[in-house]
Write a protein that binds this ligand. Structure first.
Ligand SMILES: Cc1cc2nc3c(=O)[nH]c(=O)nc-3n(C[C@H](O)[C@H](O)[C@H](O)COP(=O)(O)O)c2cc1C
Length: 262
């Protein structure tokens, strides 16, 4: 078993305790011997140093705690490999973000998972091949997911790892539109890569001159078309005209985190 430091101990251990159905509790008895008992999950906790369990007030345990409050708890899952896999998995988040929304999601993911995080443009195969989980996030620009060329180039060397793509666009989530984005970007072997959508932001004022001009030109051209014939990116573009919006929300990361854990 590889040993890795748990980055956010309070959060990781707290989450495990909250999800546990059963906990092992160890304490010292009257005669100074260590005792371990299985308990139902804690009713309450205060951080990861104070846990409250339900028990009979006349129980032996309570008497022992009154005399010697030193104790430790252990979650049963720690005994099996499933636990060690979740905690010990080593992951990296690579991101490509022009206007900050993808970077925000990458940083949130880093906080939640304790994985490393870097810009895709600074990554190379040597750096990422030591990771078990590789997450690649990119903004969507005219239906293309930024930074995917890195995955295409290195896919055959890393395809045995858990690979996850998340893309960040301005349009609201629509299943069919998202399927088209996935089809368009993850082709061939990469079809099997799991892809998630997170809604980003739109602010024409913060855009580069090139992007702003491009968006204006495209919006003008697209506005002449029949809306029922819009392509996915055209729909997104027309929805966003003149808006300044930030739709970023941690909720979008829940399915990604669940997928990492499973
Ligand atoms: C030139 C350009 C093209 C875009 N095309 C799309 C698109 O096709 N679909 C979409 O949902 N959003 C599109 N967007 C919106 C971006 O995906 C959105 O602003 C996202 O937050 C960008 O990620 P970032 O903030 O990490 O750069 C486009 C934005 C620009 C500037």
């Amino acid at each position: 078993m590889r040993r890795e430091k748990i980055r956010n101990q309070e959060k990781t251990i707290g989450n495990i305790a909250d999800k546990a159905n059963m906990i092992l509790i160890s304490y010292i008895d009257d005669e100074g011997f260590p005792v371990t008992k299985a308990m139902l999950k804690p009713r309450e906790r205060n951080g990861i140093r104070e846990f409250w369990f339900s028990t009979n007030t006349s129980s032996n345990k309570v008497g022992c705690f009154k005399k010697n409050s030193k104790a430790s708890i252990y979650h049963g899952k720690m005994l099996n490999s499933e636990f060690t896999e979740v905690i010990m998995k080593k992951g990296i988040i690579l991101y490509t973000s022009k206007y900050g929304a993808t970077k925000k999601y990458a940083n949130w993911l880093m906080e939640e998972t304790g994985f490393d995080c870097m810009q895709t443009k600074t990554a190379d195969l040597g750096k990422i091949s030591k990771y078990d989980v590789i997450i690649l996030g990119g903004g969507i620009y005219a239906s293309g997911i930024a930074g995917l060329s890195f995955l295409k180039k290195n896919y055959s060397a890393i395809k045995d790892r858990k690979i996850i793509v998340f893309c960040v666009g301005a349009s609201p989530y629509e299943e069919l539109d998202f399927e088209q984005i996935v089809e368009h970007n993850l082709r061939g072997d990469m079809k099997e890569v799991k892809c998630f959508y997170c809604r980003g932001a739109w602010d024409e004022e913060s855009m580069s001159f090139k992007d702003k001009t491009l968006c204006k030109m495209l919006q003008k051209a697209v506005s002449k078309k029949d809306p029922s014939t819009y392509e996915v990116w055209e729909k997104a573009l027309m929805c966003a005209v003149g808006q300044k919006c930030d739709w970023t929300d941690k909720q979008y990361l829940i399915p990604i985190i669940k997928f990492i854990e499973n």
